[in-house]
Design a protein around this ligand. Structure first.
Ligand SMILES: Cc1ncc(COP(=O)(O)O)c(C=O)c1O
Length: 377
């Protein structure tokens, strides 16, 4: 049976995206393929809200994180990494793997960053760059990316933003927030197939990249820029995935980015309200709760299998579990991509039944009823 995915990526794909990929690969150094790339770049600039260059890398989101850090920061230099979850920590791991010194700003998992604390660490450092995971998927928290942009400008840092689970689902304004390198992944809010990463680069970041002579090879962003100028990619791109990405981006444009963000926010609010009405406790501080994924504590006395296992076995719906130290403590509902009212109502109704069956105290319909108030008429 095909499971319905309500995880924070990969997400369900539109039949349009699936059909777009069901055609033979074309030559990638041809005017026809150039036109496809140009259409993708165009829509991506709108989605990232940037006038800068946007490039497509064949690789998952992490490939662009790696490309950003290793291209913009020299070995031996320092980088400040804001860490409030598993993905925030990844930037520090990448930096260390490249011989770059990572200085962490530790944020409690589930809480929002405090700009003053970020500034304190930055002021003590000799960092050249700063990283932030905008939407920390592991904890369901969205951080204030704009506030970090101000600090980055003040201290002249290259600002690298992981927008892997926010771009195309929540508000991201790369240029006006002062983001120098903004990253996303195809399998998240854009609702494209997994396997592509997209990255925007500002003029400031290009200066830092040009000044770094040891940028690696395959993920050297300068190579992507040279190719971009010739309307191509440096190496053979994943042609079939790019067919899928173009169709997914057309869907994004048809919906309109503002409407899309609004829909994600509605889905997130409905999920949170429904969870509370089901006597569940949210993991993240509500003031900074993510608009693309909701983290919920597994109720006392219940196991991950009682909740997620039963959702999968009895209802064919896949939810995400907790990661790292949150394994077995939380479950996560992904409501990113093209998730709509019907998908969410189905998942929430199934969740109510699973919880009641497991002995959790709630009245069937309480969660759905709250969600309905949010969806409105
Ligand atoms: C916020 C965030 N950053 C980075 C990643 C890593 O992306 P990928 O698995 O595509 O390499 C993920 C994946 O879930 C993510 O949610």
């Amino acid at each position: 049976m095909k499971l319905k995915l309500l995880i924070p990526g990969p997400v369900e794909l539109s039949y349009r995206v699936l059909l777009a990929m069901a055609r033979p690969p074309m030559g990638h150094r041809t005017p026809d393929f150039e036109a496809i790339l140009e259409e993708c770049w165009d829509i991506l600039r709108e989605v990232f809200q940037t006038r800068g260059d946007v490039m497509i890398i064949t690789g998952s989101g992490t490939s662009a994180m790696d490309a950003a850090v290793a291209s913009a920061v020299k070995k031996g230099e320092e980088i400040v990494c804001i860490e409030g979850g598993k993905f925030g920590e990844r930037f520090g791991e990448i930096a260390r793997a490249h011989g770059i010194k990572a200085r962490e700003v530790r944020v409690e998992w589930g809480s929002a960053l405090e700009p003053e604390k970020v500034e304190e660490v930055v002021a003590e450092s000799s960092a050249k760059a700063i990283t932030l995971t905008h939407n920390e998927t592991s904890t369901g928290v969205v951080h204030d990316a704009k506030a970090v942009g101000k600090i980055a400008r003040e201290y002249d840092l290259v600002y690298i933003l992981d927008g892997i689970t926010s771009v195309g689902g929540d508000e991201v304004k790369a240029d006006s927030w002062g983001v120098d390198i903004c990253i996303t992944g195809s399998q998240k809010c854009l609702a494209a197939p997994p396997g592509l990463a997209m990255v925007s680069v500002s003029e400031r970041a290009w200066e830092a990249i040009d000044g770094n002579e040891e940028r690696g090879f395959y993920l050297d962003l300068a190579a992507y820029r040279r190719a971009l100028k010739k309307k191509t990619t440096p190496y053979t791109p994943s042609v079939s995935l790019i067919y899928g990405l173009r169709e997914a981006l057309r869907i994004v444009r048809e919906e309109g980015i503002e409407n899309r963000v609004k829909r994600h926010r509605t889905m997130a609010l409905a999920t949170r309200r429904a969870a509370k009405a089901m006597n569940l406790e949210l993991f993240a501080d509500e003031k900074s709760a993510s608009n693309t994924v909701t983290a919920i504590k597994i109720p006392e006395g219940l196991t991950d299998d009682d909740v997620r296992g039963a959702m999968k076995r009895d209802h064919g719906i896949l939810l995400a579990g907790g990661q790292a130290k949150l394994k077995g403590r939380i479950f996560r509902i992904g409501h990113m991509g093209n998730v709509g009212y019907g998908d969410l109502v189905e998942a929430l109704a199934a969740l109510e039944r699973v919880l009641v069956k497991a002995g959790h105290s709630l009245n069937l319909g309480d969660g759905i009823s709250e969600a309905q108030q949010i969806f409105g008429r």
